[in-house]
Ligand binder design. Structure first.
Ligand code: HMG
Ligand code: MG
Length: 304
C-alpha cells in the first residue's frame, strides 16, 4: 500500500499575508474552495492577528462565515493570543495554530514579545481550544536560521518544540521561515526534535527562498516526516522575515510525492488550476515550476 502524506495548505494564510495588497475576501473564499475541491484536506485559511501589523488578513472572520463546508476538510487559522483564539472559536474553527520562534529576535520582531512571553499568551488559547476539543498546532519559526541572529542552535528548536508539545499542541510545524537551510541541516533538526517527540506529531514548513525546499522535504521524508506544509503557486513569506519568499509550491510537492509513489489524495491538475486562479488574480506568474512546465507544454503532465 502506498504511503500516505498529509499536505497542509498554507497559501491562503502564509501566501496572502505577504502580498503587497490585500486580496478581497470573495477571492480568498474562491481560492479555498478550489483547493478543497483539489483534494486538500487541511487548509490554513487566515489569521486573527493585529490588523495594523498584517492588514492582508483583515476579513478572516467574514471569510470563515462564507467558506463552503465539505466533509473531512479541516480549516485552520493562526492566532497569537487569547483575542485571536476567541474570534476563531466563535466561528467554529476546526483547527487553531499558535506560533513562536526558535530565535528571540525574530519573536520580538514578529509578535513583539519574548519566546517565554509567547508561551504565557498561549495558555488561554489552549484552554479555549481544549474546552471545545479543537486541535492546536504549534509553529516554531526560524529553526534553520534567523534573519536577525543568523545561525540558530538546533537545541533551541528542540526546546521550543518540546514546550509546545507539553502545552498541548498536537502537532509541531518546524519552520524554515527564511528558506536558508540545506537537507542535512533540515534532517539534523528533525531528528533532534524527533528524539523527544513522536515523528508523527511533526510537520515541516519550508520556505523556498534559496530553492532548497523540495530537497529539504525529501531529506525529512527519509527521516519519517509525513506532514508537510506548502502553498499553492508558491505564494508566501512573512513580513517580519525580510527577503523570505514563498513556501514550497503545493503543485511541485504533489508532483514529487506522486513520483515517489506516495499518496496525498490531491488532484495535481486541480491544484494547478487553483494556482492559476490566484496567480491571475495577483497579476503575476506562478512560482510553481510544475505549473510553469504544464503551461509551456499545453497542459500535458508527461513528455510522452
Ligand atoms: P502587540 O504588537 O504586542 O501589541 O501585539 P498589543 O498587544 O498592544 O496590540 C496591538 C493592537 O493589536 C491592539 O489594537 C490590539 O487590540 C490588537 P489597538 O489598540 O492598537 O487598536 N490585537 C489584535 N487584533 C486582532 N487580533 C488579535 C489581536 N491581538 C492584539 N489577535 C500581536 C501582539 C501578536 C497581536 C502583534 O504583534 C501581531 O499581530 N503580530 C503579527 C504577527 C504575524 O501575523 N506574523 C505573520 C505570521 S507568522 C509566520 O508567517 C511564520 C509561520 O508561517 C511559520 C514560519 O514560516 O516560520 C507561521
Ligand atoms: Mg511561513
Amino acid at each position: 500500500m502506498a504511503e500516505q502524506v498529509t499536505i497542509v495548505e498554507v497559501g491562503p494564510r502564509d501566501g496572502l499575508q505577504n502580498e503587497p495588497a490585500a486580496v478581497a475576501v470573495e477571492v480568498r473564499v474562491e481560492l479555498v474552495r478550489q483547493l478543497a475541491q483539489a483534494g486538500l484536506r487541511r487548509i490554513e485559511v487566515g489569521s486573527f492577528v493585529s490588523p495594523r501589523r498584517i492588514p492582508q488578513m483583515t476579513g478572516t472572520a467574514e471569510l470563515l462565515r462564507s467558506l463552503p463546508q465539505f466533509d473531512g476538510i479541516v480549516y485552520g487559522v493562526l492566532v497569537p493570543n487569547e483575542q485571536g483564539a476567541r474570534e476563531a472559536v466563535e466561528l467554529s474553527i476546526q483547527e487553531i495554530a499558535v506560533f513562536t520562534s526558535a530565535s528571540e529576535t525574530f519573536s520580538q520582531r514578529n509578535i513583539n514579545c519574548s519566546i517565554d512571553e509567547s508561551f504565557d499568551r498561549f495558555l488561554p488559547v489552549m484552554e479555549l481550544a481544549k474546552a471545545r476539543s479543537i486541535p492546536v498546532r504549534g509553529y516554531v519559526s526560524c529553526v534553520l536560521g534567523c534573519p536577525y541572529e543568523g545561525k540558530v542552535p538546533v537545541q533551541s528548536a528542540v526546546n521550543v518544540s518540546r514546550r509546545l508539545a507539553a502545552l498541548g499542541c498536537r502537532e509541531i510545524s518546524l519552520g524554515d521561515t527564511i528558506g536558508i537551510g540545506t537537507p542535512r541541516e533540515a534532517s539534523a533538526t528533525v531528528r533532534a526534535v524527533a528524539a523527544e517527540l513522536p515523528i508523527d506529531r511533526l510537520a515541516v514548513h519550508f520556505h523556498d527562498t534559496r530553492g532548497q525546499a523540495l530537497a529539504n522535504i525529501l531529506a525529512c521524508l527519509d527521516d519519517g516526516v509525513r506532514t508537510i506544509d506548502s502553498s499553492v503557486a508558491g505564494l508566501g513569506g512573512c513580513p517580519y522575515a525580510p527577503g523570505a519568499s514563498g513556501n514550497v509550491a503545493t503543485e511541485d510537492l504533489v508532483y514529487m510525492l506522486d513520483g515517489l509513489g506516495m499518496e496525498t489524495g490531491i488532484d495535481l491538475s486541480a491544484v494547478v488550476a487553483a494556482g492559476d486562479f490566484i496567480s491571475r488574480h495577483l497579476g503575476r506568474p506562478t512560482a510553481s515550476k510544475v505549473a510553469q512546465a504544464l503551461a509551456a507544454s499545453g497542459g500535458r503532465l508527461s513528455i510522452l
